[in-house]
Design a protein around this ligand. Sequence first.
Ligand code: R5P
Length: 293
Amino acid sequence: MKRILIVMPGQEALGSSLLARTDFQAGVIELRRFPDGESYVRVLSDVRNAEVAILCQLHQPDDKVLPLLLLVSTLRDLGVRRVGLIAPYLAYMRQDKRFREGEGISARYFARLISQQVDWLLTVDPHLHRIHALSEVYSIPALAMTAVQPIAQWLRENVTKPLVIGPDEESEQWAARVAQAADCPWEVLTKERFGDRDVRISLPHVEQYTACIPVLVDDIISTGRTMLQAAAHLQAAGLVAPICIGVHGIFAEGALAEMQAAGVTVVTSNSIPDISNQIDLAPLLADGLRHLL
Ligand code: R5P
């Protein structure tokens, strides 16, 4: 069966890397705005009976989701056999409960919307916290790969004597596994969040590691507060400025510039295109595709 990968705008580098590692051919589409701002979608490749995968960058998803859904409908009209979504960063996973009365549980609604449209989903390290598995909210085959091995490989190639540190309890799942894969020690700090930008880190016991390079590892860097507070705490404890590795660099409101100004080194995967991308997820996604299809 013919396999076609359609790369949506913004994910070209990862798309090329993925095409080079799979038997998918590049699909060609035309995607633009009508003068009134509505989306125009045209599929130029022959997709009849094809297995189609759409690689779509879902950071700041609201502008991207409608063109994606229009594309999926167009593909179905043109007779694709199946269409799946590769979303290396899976949006809308963090509003996973009703924190305040009247709020929507967006993670569930978004999952329902996507499940109604595509036949399968492939992603990397979705923010699974109160939702423990994608299958709790996605009703289609949904495979979550983890960037643990690519991060560990980056560490082995770039850092001598790393100490992997999870900036909060939620990050323990990555910190422990990255450290194990990179064969280095690890610690987890405790974090309390008092507001969007008010995060306090406490109780590190890392003084014994002064000869190590601290490497903070988390799934998401958004405002950068978690990383910055952890970095300040580590430096106060006598460690050097850390390397901050985020699988997904969202970098809300100038967070990257703020982190760089604070003297930390920021490294992310290419799930969200950014100058801090140093970890290529294409090999991981190619494995995921082999597993799913
Ligand atoms: C939280 O649960 C996540 O794992 C990250 O720690 C968090 O999203 C980072 O957010 P920020 O960069 O805004 O502190």
